[in-house]
Ligand binder design. Structure first.
Ligand code: RM4
Ligand code: MN
Ligand code: MN
Length: 424
């Protein structure tokens, strides 16, 4: 469905007065608000095609209603999000969960919604019906060359789909590893994986990037072959200039200092992509900013600082994507919350007085350095984010409008109570 423009305008008209007051307040206490709004407007976060349905845990899945049953409907859902917040202008596909049968038509449909295709994702962590070799003991690391070959060919196939859709990056996340001591030679598993990745790398078009995503544990619980940023960086460095590390916020051991990881990867020119989510324990895939928004801010502060140090474009030079799963919330509401949390953290990071911070650091003024960061973090920047949306034709309060307009009810009417999206 398409967001009705009259409904949108009624919503915005109703909230505009309060918004103007809040905006003029933050303008009166902050200098560079126009520059921040401009950056917010440019910043787009990709929505993965597998996040539009209800996820589950290994204990059960409680399907929502009106879920998108086809790729076309998933694109329509991302289009709706984008119409509401003007910040979800990209979609990321997981192959084979979402194989476009008519790539040109799908590309056109996405363009009609103002969407482009972000990184394409391969899947060698599940067996598909009719697949010749099993990935039970790994894919790119497998001891059997035939299994590795199958996994390599799948990744090359994913690149082909991506080219047809106008994507320019491939994300490889491997579940490869071992569950028990003795099961695997770490060194040989690494070398086999590298060789396999080299073949995939060789198939990348000139303007493409490959992102090597790491994860500390799960589904393997003793070792993961791309288990941390060190391993990912080793692969990326050995592969070459088109290979980068991808950081997924939920893929670290508890209490890891992700902001430091991000800072160093950026300094090395090897941070390529980012998967946003939040977690209390592990790869919980919760709504961004729902558990630890301060950490998200600290990460953004390093992202902004590190990108500026290299003269990078915040909006274009890294791949930004949400990688979350919704077990009990409406996926679209959850995604609206995640995008908003990302924008708030980004806006707060842009507020940091980096000159004063540098000065405090050089003088070892620890208390002042903390004050500077927390001053930005404690600033209410919601009006800046809302203004950026407004200027781009979005809603003042996307989640509220989603409810007021009864969007889920309409989707249920179109798609039925029992439609189930493909994905995890
Ligand atoms: C993994 C990882 C990947 C995602 C899959 C579904 O844990 O985060 O990025 O594609 O889950
Ligand atoms: Mn991920
Ligand atoms: Mn994950």
């Amino acid at each position: 469905m398409i967001l009705d423009q009259n409904t949108l305008h009624t919503h915005n008209d109703a909230g505009i007065k309060l918004h103007q007051q809040q905006l003029s307040h933050i303008r009166s206490v902050t200098d560079n608000t126009d520059a921040i709004i401009e950056k917010l407007r440019a910043f787009q976060v990709a929505i993965p095609s597998w996040a539009l349905g209800t996820g589950g845990t290994r204990f059960g899945r409680f399907s929502g209603a009106g879920e998108p049953g086809s790729l076309e409907e998933k694109i329509a859902d991302v289009g709706l999000l984008h119409a509401l917040n003007r910040s979800s202008g990209a979609i990321s596909l997981h192959i084979p969960w979402d194989i476009p049968s008519d790539a040109a038509a799908i590309r056109q449909l996405a363009a009609d919604h103002g969407l482009r295709f972000d990184a394409v994702n391969s899947n060698t962590f599940q067996d598909q019906p009719g697949q010749q070799h099993s990935y039970k003991f790994g894919s790119l690391q497998h001891t059997d060359k035939a299994v590795r070959k199958q996994a390599i060919e799948h990744n090359i196939e994913v690149i082909r789909h991506g080219v047809e859709l106008g994507s320019d990056s491939l994300t490889v996340w491997l579940s490869d590893g071992s569950s028990f001591p003795g099961q695997l030679s770490f060194r040989k598993a690494f070398s086999r994986t590298l060789e396999s990745l080299e073949e995939i790398y060789a198939a990348l078009p000139d303007n493409w990037k490959v992102f090597v995503e790491y994860k500390a544990f799960e589904p393997n619980f003793y070792s993961m072959t791309v288990g941390d940023w060190g391993q990912s960086l080793l692969f990326a460095n050995k592969l070459g200039p088109k290979a980068y590390t991808l950081v997924d916020l939920g893929h670290h051991l508890p209490n890891a200092n992700i902001e430091q990881i991000v800072a160093l990867l950026l300094q090395e020119g090897k941070l390529g992509g980012f998967h946003f989510n939040d977690s209390k324990y592990g790869d919980d895939d919760l709504t961004v900013g729902s558990i630890n928004p301060y950490q998200l801010f600290l990460i953004f502060q390093e992202l902004v600082d590190g990108m500026d140090a290299r003269g990078m474009n915040h909006a274009r030079d890294l791949g930004w994507m949400i990688d979350a799963s919704h077990n009990i919330k409406d996926p679209l509401e959850d995604l609206l919350q995640s995008v908003e949390a990302i924008q708030l953290a980004y806006a707060q990071a842009l507020l940091v007085d980096s000159v004063a911070l540098e000065h405090a650091r050089n003088n070892n003024d620890v208390a002042q350095a903390q004050e500077i960061l927390q001053d930005a973090y404690r600033t209410d920047v919601r009006a800046l984010v809302a203004e950026a949306r407004l200027q781009d034709g979005g809603a003042l309060q996307p989640l509220r409008l989603f409810r007021e307009a009864g969007i889920r009810k309409q989707l249920i009417k179109q798609r039925g109570e029992r439609s189930v999206a493909t994905g995890l």
